[in-house]
Ligand binder design. Structure first.
Ligand code: ADE
Length: 291
């Protein structure tokens, strides 16, 4: 093999391992609109599965049901703060649809997403929690014979391209970290032995696929620095980014997105869902009830 050809192959290999960042797109500052001052703010809370959201709805006082376009929204008070909750169903489109309905009808000050995810970071085990500082689609971009180039979606509201990594709101992130410090989680028996669940801040990636493949995990880790993978978070983040609504995605690990993922999900999903919901309740407790 000639030296020139080896150098070319070396460059090709390097470029396929590069972590994608949004250097080519300027990220615009976000200016959040304020709620009308006469109204106490309301926080939207979404989850993909009925059980993930029911465990929050059971804790509501003054609960009220409202059906909109066939979707059920339950509002009430959680830790004395106004919230509205709904389960979206699985996948990006369902999540985007429900987030949009919630935003249109309830005008939330902020939107939280709670639920389970597959762990892509090998340090994460069932029950651990990832606070998503950023979310990204892992299935949106340009596929060529050589590579997959991740791209943000075009925002039809302003004609700009969204960043690949959608940032969570700084204030919510700060509250989540504070809440994490106060949260008491129960020990859990995993294949790594009995562990106290860990809470980390990280990258959560989203796609319309349940990942049960170690090779895909390696790719998601190398290309996107992903900590966890799920099927709704970035879709809600995109709606919030485009509508300038602060958001935060919280996910607890139910499986390691590997060959054992389907079985592990069955075993750990309730514990993981509970851990994620507990952190959300703690965040709600810390929210300012004024505008
Ligand atoms: N949600 C929970 N586990 C998941 C996985 N392995 N892939 C995608 N979504 C998930």
């Amino acid at each position: 093999m000639t030296a020139k050809l080896s150098f070319f192959i070396f460059l090709l290999l390097c470029s396929s391992c590069v972590v994608v960042r949004d250097s080519e797109f300027a990220v615009r500052p976000i200016h959040y609109p304020r709620c009308p001052i006469h109204e106490p703010p309301i926080t939207g809370i979404l989850g993909a599965f009925q059980k993930e959201v029911e465990m929050l709805q059971e804790q509501l006082t003054d609960a009220q049901d409202k059906e909109i376009e066939g979707m059920r929204f339950v509002s009430g008070k959680l830790n004395d703060k106004r919230v509205v909750t709904a389960w979206t169903g699985i996948g990006k489109v369902n999540a985007a649809m429900t987030a949009t309905l919630l935003i249109e009808h309830f005008k939330p000050r902020e939107l939280l997403f709670t639920g389970i995810a597959g762990g892509v970071n090998p340090q994460l085990w069932p029950g651990d929690i990832v606070i998503a500082a950023e979310t990204a689609y892992h299935d949106m971009g340009i596929l060529t014979p050589q590579s997959f180039d991740y791209r943000g979606a075009m925002n039809p509201l302003d004609g700009w391209r969204n960043p690949v990594f959608l940032p969570a709101d700084d204030r919510l992130l700060e509250l989540a970290e504070k809440a994490a410090g106060q949260l008491k989680l129960e020990k859990i028996q995993t294949t790594a032995g009995e562990r106290l669940p860990q809470i980390i801040k990280g990258v959560v990636v989203t796609g319309d696929v349940f990942v049960a493949s170690p090779d895909k995990c390696i790719e998601l880790r190398e290309k996107l620095e992903a900590d966890a993978v799920e099927m709704e978070g970035a879709a809600v983040a995109q709606i919030c980014y485009q509508r300038k609504i602060p958001h935060l995605v919280i996910r607890s690990i139910s499986d390691k997105a590997d060959e054992g993922a389907v079985l592990d999900k069955q075993t750990f999903q309730m514990t993981a869902a509970k851990n994620s919901a507990s952190l959300v309740v703690e965040i709600i407790r810390l929210l300012d009830s004024r505008n």
